[in-house]
Ligand binder design. Sequence first.
Ligand SMILES: Nc1ncnc2c1ncn2[C@@H]1O[C@H](COP(=O)(O)OP(=O)(O)OP(=O)(O)O)[C@@H](O)[C@H]1O
Ligand SMILES: [Mg+2]
Length: 590
Amino acid sequence: MKSLSYLNKYLIKYKWRLLLGIVFIIGSNFFHVNMPLIVKDAVNQFDKNFDPENWLDLALSLGGIYILLSLGKGVFLFFTRQTIIIVSRYIEYDLKNEIYRQYQRLTYNFYKRNNTGDLMNRISEDVTKVRMYLGPGVMYTVNLVILFTFTIYAMINISGELTLYTLTPLPIMSFLVYKVSSRMNRQSERVQREQSKISTIVQESFSGITVLKAYGGEKRFQKNFDDSANTYLKKHMDLVKTNAFFMPTITFLIGISTILTIYLGGVLSFETQNSISEGDIVAFIFYVNMLTWPFASVGWVTSLVQRAAASQERINEFLKEEPEIKNNNYQPFNFDGKITFDNVSYTFESSGIEAIRNLSFEIKKGETLAILGRTGSGKSTVINLLMRQFDPIDGEIRIDDKPLPTVNIEEFRKQTGVVPQEVFLFSDSIRNNVKFGLSSDQNADDNDVKNVLKTAHVWHNIEEFKQGLDTVLGERGVNLSGGQKQRVSIARALIRKPKFLILDDCLSAVDTETEEIILGNIKDQIEKNTTLIVSHRVSSIRNADHILVLDNGRKIEEGSHEELLAKKGVYADMYTKQLLEDAEKSKEEE
Ligand SMILES: Nc1ncnc2c1ncn2[C@@H]1O[C@H](COP(=O)(O)OP(=O)(O)OP(=O)(O)O)[C@@H](O)[C@H]1O
Ligand SMILES: [Mg+2]
């Protein structure tokens, strides 16, 4: 339960609304508790001094009061919900924002450790469960306390002894409802888990439809779906069975209370020579019925609070997580152009793979460094370290001779344009995808967007789309080819006019000819600014000032294109092989 205390700050934030809600609850219960007294009056008056002349007047006046009381109760009930339930919605909104803000703060390793489903659940399902505690949970608890106080007072006024007898079954009901609710909650969680399994199957079969059809996977998927749907049905049937117990249990216990009231009320009435009237007994039956739902809600609310506590605990776990990478410097920063890696090593905790081992290199202002290496040799890891997605385990990275952790990382990232290896485009227009590259203090018009798309040599494709820059990508939108996506992603990096351009194998899906054109187009950018090009194709990097060859996280060769060729080592070997491949390809084309 301790985890829920985290929410107290929100309860305090909305304390006036909550207090107002409590006033409304008191108001509605005040009207409610007086209603049985009218009935009691009616029964007693018709019973004892029935006057055939006046009965209509009496009926009308008592009926009128009864209607007014229920009207008053209804109005206050309306305002109760308008305050307390609304507060729970406000807190839900605040909490979701808080969680999302935290998600934005957290870094690479956090996202590698946690899967998307968990991240989504925290912000949707768990928050919903917490809201149930804040809304109905708080409302019913306050309501119970107030209604109980009022009702017991009214009942004891009639007869203390009868009150004691008739209330005995109610705590038993609370306990039973608690048991049944907990069981129902457990079962509905199982149903939900099955439901999300079905969603995953269906979703994957839609997004992977091309693979599915190509491999004739329809039957396999159909079987998976059938199996899942079957389990779902079974789990749901369990829930329905428990559910079926719920109302009969309550009704049964109300019945027992009512019978007890009538029987014991009658006995007491005889014993005490009519100090308890028929009207009293009728009012008692009303009161017992009034107390039923609040007592049932004790059980329901208890299990609801337990679930909310478990959810809040999971949320708290995420909220108290500190980002591994923090900006330590908010001073203005102007990147001059020098990068240094000094004996840097990095091992991935999850796989134990030492991706970078004792790596040292330097990129001078305005220089272009190229990193070449086979797949898995650690090239992308170098870039992730440079962008401070994570910090090295050993060694130091320096930007303009300052240790990277002391640099204003937000500013450094702002002045850097990274084209990542895995292209990610948003389901948005091409224009907005390119403009995403602008930092908050930059602006661009359609002409600028067009220009960078031209530089990335993809404008001629986009021009042919009916909607041009407005073309929406992604689901329900246009599918770009792999090479087109890479080029839009290059345009996104270029539009921010970066002082430091990083290209991570981002020309792998275009042919060598297009590659040459693009590299020619950005020649100016590359020559003027510090650049890092990663590739496993010699053709993309041979013009670089300096080339590193990586293997298994280690630097095995370095030098300029010519120097490396003269060495006749790994680089020269790769170069000859790739030249041969290219020559063969062009022969085939002829
Ligand atoms: N998040 C991660 N967790 C664990 N191991 C990782 C992670 N990312 C990369 N690795 C491992 O680190 C090594 C270097 O990976 P990296 O992505 O840097 O290679 P690369 O040179 O960019 O390869 P490619 O040319 O295929 O892009 C690989 O063996 C890879 O399996
Ligand atoms: Mg890579």
